[in-house]
Design a protein around this ligand. Structure first.
Ligand SMILES: *Cc1c(COP(=O)(O)O)cnc(C)c1O
Length: 362
């Protein structure tokens, strides 16, 4: 008993003090454990079974799977030297910090409300976060970003943004890229870009060598379970990222499935599902605007919508009672009473609207 306690004390002494006090990332998966309609993690509602029989597992996978990179370069209209495959784009967010940021010394810029992983990962690495909130109309505070960029290594911008769903003005991005071309890496997280593919910024890579674009198969491709992401950037940046990534980031079955998903057929399937989801979204927005306790629906270029209710707490709890799991965002500054709702199948959208109607008459 006493021995155990001593051990525990010395473990806390050994550990970095900031890690002891770190609040870990609360993923959607950790939060909701009841329910049967999952609209909280922006996953695809469409399942597809990949047959992975006859794969062999006694050998390590390729460090950077060649075929997969070739396919992604064709899909994304880039060259193979510009691509890194990572264990989800979350890993790429981390690799950038490993390459560019020094413990307790360097700064990164984050523009909230946005994806929480940027600040969570930088905290783990002991990097200072400079938060430069978006304006009320969801545009970037470009002036302030430029000012602070001179002392920052990285700027993380999520486009389209999670959780608001909106597309940040491309002219603001170009303005920032231009200004920071010699001082700062600008990371554009395009996790949801397939839902508004014409807004993608791949074409800027040739001109701006400080630009990194993050992509994933987790959202539109419906493959959150295989953990496959990409960093697309100038070859110098890709070479540095390869120095700090683990030697075998993707398991054999993940590589196999990612290859299938990026075949012609897989891409067509993804594109038709994007159309379906965008149609479901239009219908959902139209219907949700008729609900009396809805205050505001944010414009969305993604597979989710952010909705401000009169009381988010009430809606969240009441829908959970009916088995519908949403993502409460009301704790985030500027998002009081907001809930993020992933676009599900048409049946799930109907189920959601019926549930909202049923609680509006209580
Ligand atoms: C879901 C999400 C990711 C993470 O994607 P993975 O490839 O599954 O790690 C990255 N960025 C944003 C903004 C996301 O919403």
């Amino acid at each position: 008993m006493i021995l155990g306690q001593n051990m525990e004390n010395s473990i806390y002494k050994l550990s970095r003090q900031d890690i002891i006090h770190l609040k870990g990332y609360q993923s959607a998966r950790m939060i909701g454990d009841q329910g049967h309609v999952w609209l909280n993690a922006n996953e695809s509602p469409y399942e597809f079974i990949f047959n992975i029989k006859n794969l062999k597992y006694n050998r390590y996978p390729e460090f950077q799977p060649k075929k997969l990179i070739e396919k992604y370069s064709i899909y994304s209209n880039t060259s193979i030297e510009n691509i890194l495959v990572s264990r989800g784009s979350d890993e790429a967010i981390e690799l950038l910090i490993r390459v560019f940021c020094r413990y307790k010394k360097d700064y990164i810029i984050i523009c909230p409300p946005t994806y929480a992983m940027y600040s969570k990962i930088s905290e783990i690495y002991g990097i200072h976060n400079i938060f430069i909130p978006m304006f009320k109309n969801c545009s970037l505070n470009v002036k302030k970003i430029k000012l602070f960029s001179l002392n920052s290594k990285l700027i993380y911008i999520c486009r389209p943004n999670n959780p608001t769903g909106h597309i940040i003005d491309v002219l603001d991005i170009i303005d920032i890229l231009e200004y920071t071309s010699r001082t700062t890496i600008v990371v554009i997280d395009e996790a949801y870009i397939e839902f508004c593919i014409n807004d993608n910024l791949i074409y800027l890579l040739k001109q701006y060598h400080n630009l990194v674009i993050l992509r994933t198969l987790s959202k539109a491709f419906g493959l959150a379970g295989i953990r496959c992401g990409f960093a697309v950037a100038n070859v110098k940046i890709i070479k540095l990222l390869k120095k700090v990534i683990t030697p075998y980031p993707l398991p054999v079955p993940s590589i196999y499935i990612a290859n299938k998903a990026l075949n012609k057929k897989g891409i067509l399937r993804m594109q038709s599902q994007v159309k379906l989801l965008n149609n479901n979204k239009s219908w959902l927005i139209k219907e949700i605007n008729k609900i009396s306790f809805v205050e505001y629906v944010y414009p969305s270029s993604t597979n989710y919508i952010l909705v401000q209710f009169k009381s988010s707490d009430y809606v969240f709890r009441k829908l959970l009672d009916q088995g519908i799991v949403l993502r409460d965002q009301s704790h985030i500054k500027g998002l009081l009473n907001c809930i993020r709702i992933s676009i599900g199948s048409y049946e799930e959208c109907v189920y959601l609207i019926n549930a909202l109607r049923s609680i509006s008459s209580c």
